[in-house]
Each structure stands twice: as structure tokens, then as C-alpha cells.
Design a protein around this ligand. Sequence first.
Ligand SMILES: Cc1cc2nc3c(=O)[nH]c(=O)nc-3n(C[C@H](O)[C@H](O)[C@H](O)COP(=O)(O)O)c2cc1C
Length: 364
Amino acid sequence: MQLLTPYRLGPYELKHRCVMAPMTRSRADGDRAVVPMTAIYYAQRADPVRGAALLISEATQVSEQGIGYPATPGIHTPRHVAAWRTVTDAVHAKGGLIYAQLWHCGRVSHSSWQGGAAPVSSSAVAMKGQAWSANGLVDAETPRALELSEIPGVVAQYRHGARCAKEAGFDGVELHAANGYLVDQFLRDSVNRRTDAYGGSPANRIRFLRDIVEALIAVWGTSRVGVRLSPTNAFNDMRDSDPASVFVPAAEMLNDYPLSFLHVLEGRPGSQLAPPAGVTPIAALMRKAYRGAFIINGGYDRESGEQAIAGGAADLVAYGVPFLANPDLTERFRTEAALNAPDPATFYGGTEKGYTDYPFLATR
Ligand SMILES: Cc1cc2nc3c(=O)[nH]c(=O)nc-3n(C[C@H](O)[C@H](O)[C@H](O)COP(=O)(O)O)c2cc1C
């Protein structure tokens, strides 16, 4: 199988093409530091042959301002760094690789996480639906548009998170520019109504992404910085009037560096994060536009992942829920073993149950 062939990702020799997608598990402590069971969870999936060739961490906030949910971890204080160090040490002890996903929620946040102030975004456009407050789900609030003069400070939050990730022993970083969080709120025109250099034309909407990528590269160098984009999904009430007009130039812009990878989440037809009715998939156009390593994600299994690699649609396939429920997913692909069934009730928050207790193949 092509899916099981090695791949050179910048400085790293991957043993196969199966990557673990970033997944929020909401089990951090009161200081938003990851807990001991989190090191076990990632280490279980870190075997470079039987597990993921590369792990991408759950989204982790680069600042207090970036918080948007209960019990999600941060990567901006010495305690966060020390806690993540236990994870990276455990992953490295298994011979694995792990990137930190750097996150700022923007308008998906709530004033209860912001000292009573409104959350920030590209523009003062509220998300339809509910947001997580410190007291549970509530109607989403209207965010405050960032002033032009504040943007360098927000970029600096990402730079600080990148430095902390380096100190914590990660092997690289993935910028979370997907799923309706802050960077995506600049990219897509259902939110971005700015009239300054960060709004309007696609080139202007891409500018915030570019600024952050440059900040991350200043810390990590190009070959250890990846970017995740979700051009067509509607998660967190997102839309663009013409996704290809902004996401294809965004992919082209990233050729300037070149990065560790471009990771595109565009769910396969019928999967949860598939483009909504009437929206044309564009991952193939982005693949064509981007000359570096390309990761595809969203509803893939063994067969469709193999097709994606063999057909040239991607270099690597990220699996989310399949890795959540199967720590030795790649070994199961190799041996055509059955997969464990995921338990959605334990995806977010809770104990070891549904976190570190998914069984390995019996032969182990
Ligand atoms: C429990 C859960 C948590 C997730 N958290 C994140 C996250 O923190 N960052 C992110 O970019 N995507 C997140 N996602 C999306 C996944 O990375 C992935 O795109 C999605 O699960 C589709 O891939 P799959 O069909 O292989 O599971 C999450 C998905 C799930 C199921």
C-alpha cells in the first residue's frame, strides 16, 4: 500500500503516511495545563510504525485572549510548558514526533473568558449559534473588531506560543487557521468586513495568515511550521462567497517559504465536515497550487486514504476519530484488522474512560 510507504517531511523521516489529526479532548486542569493521563494518551499513539507517523496535538491557546472553551490546554505560561514537556518526553520515548497546534478562538470565545470584555475578531460579526462560556453553553456574543494597531500584538501572541512550544520540546508547530477560529475569521468573507489592509481583497484577507506564518518561522524555521486550513466547512457558522478565490491564493502564498506542510480539512462527501450543499470542494485546487507536502483530512478510512495517496491527491492523510479510538491504527490498516468503535460521549472532558482505555490489537 502507498499509504504505508515512508515519506520525508523536511528534517523528519516518516515511516508511513498516516498522521493523527488535532483533536481537542478538554481534560486540562484549572490552570489549563495538560494532566498526566494526556502524556499516556499521546504516547499510546506515538509508535512511529504501529501508530501515527506524526501526531498533531489538540488545539492549544497561545494566550488568555485565545481561550474559548472549558478545560482546553494553553501554551503560554511556564506551567503549560512544563506540563507539555511531559507529553513530548513520553512521545519521544516511543520514537514518535509531535507538533503543537497553535490556537486563538477569536469570536468563538465568550466574555466570561475575557474578564467581561467582548471577544475579538476581524469584524464585529457574531457567530450564529452558541458559544461555551465559563458557565456552559450560551448564545454567542458579538465580538469586537481588532483595531489595526492591535494586530501586531495578536501576532506576538502566536510568536510567544511558538516559543513556548519549542521550550516544551515539540518537533514543530501547526498554525490552526481552520474551523472558524481567529485566522479563519480573517480569511472568510462571511466574517471579515474590514476596510483596511486586512480586509476586502483576498490578498488582504490572507495578510493576517502571512504575518503569523512569518512570526512562527522566525522561531522555528520554515521546515517545522505547518498550516491547517478548512476552505469549505461550515463549522462555527463560517462561509465564503467564493472559497477558491481566497484559499487557492493562500496556498500559493505559502509556497514562498516553503513550509513543513499544508494541511487541508475538507470532509469527504457524506462525512461530518464535508462542504455544505451547493459548495464546491476545492482541496484538489489547493493541492495543485501548493508545491510542498500536502496533508488531507476529513472522513478518510484505509481505502480512501490509500486512494488519496496513490492517486496523488495528497502526500499524507490525517485521521482524527480513527486514531482517537485506535492507538495502533496504522498496524490495524497494515493487518486489515477491525477497528474499535469510537465513543462520542467521552470525546470532550472526563476521565481515562474513552481517552487512554481504547484497546490495542490483542497481539500486542
Ligand atoms: C473530538 C474532536 C476534537 C477535535 N478538535 C480539533 C482541534 O482541536 N483542532 C482541529 O483543527 N480540528 C479538530 N477536530 C477536527 C479533526 O481534526 C478532524 O478534522 C475531524 O475529526 C475529521 O477527520 P476524521 O474524519 O479523520 O475524524 C476535532 C475533531 C474531533 C472529533
